[in-house]
Design a protein around this ligand. Sequence first.
Ligand code: HEC
Length: 155
Amino acid sequence: MVKGFSALSKIICVTVAMLLSSTALAADERTQNAVEARQGLLKVVRSYFGPIYAMAGGHIPYDAEVVEKNANAIAALLPMIPDLFRMDTSGADIPTEALDGIWDNWEDFAGKAEASAEKARALAAAAADEEAAKAAFRAFGGSCSACHDDYREQD
Ligand code: HEC
């Protein structure tokens, strides 16, 4: 009887230990997914940003249609930043350039995402006039840096 009970409690202990470690794994996986999703969003932002950047620098010919389309796409993507950074990953052992200050200054961080989206809309609206668009692009590019300066690890 006593022997049977101890065998049972051993099974229970092993089961509980397995459950606990799988819960820990699931939590790590959720954190990993959250980091990958937010980095993925910013990679998409970069792919729309790249051609406009190359045009502003005179590396490829100016194309108003592409500028308008890409700036509008970025204006739609940037408001997703607060959604995708909602999980506080400070202290998590996962490679990320996101600084812990994001979650201590959440309103400021989210405000910078909206301010950048606003600049992207202004660029889309100015696209037809190349000179105006270049000025709007400088302001827009500055809005990416305004957030990176405070909340993204610098190389
Ligand atoms: C509100 C803040 C904020 C704004 C605005 C913002 N970023 Fe970022 N960006 C970040 C943070 C934080 C990271 C680091 C994310 C991580 O590593 O988890 C990042 C990372 C990136 C990355 C690297 C993605 C990767 O992991 O490969 C690129 C590229 C990028 N941003 C481009 C831009 C561009 C272009 C703009 C402007 C159109 C912009 N970002 C606007 C906060 C911002």
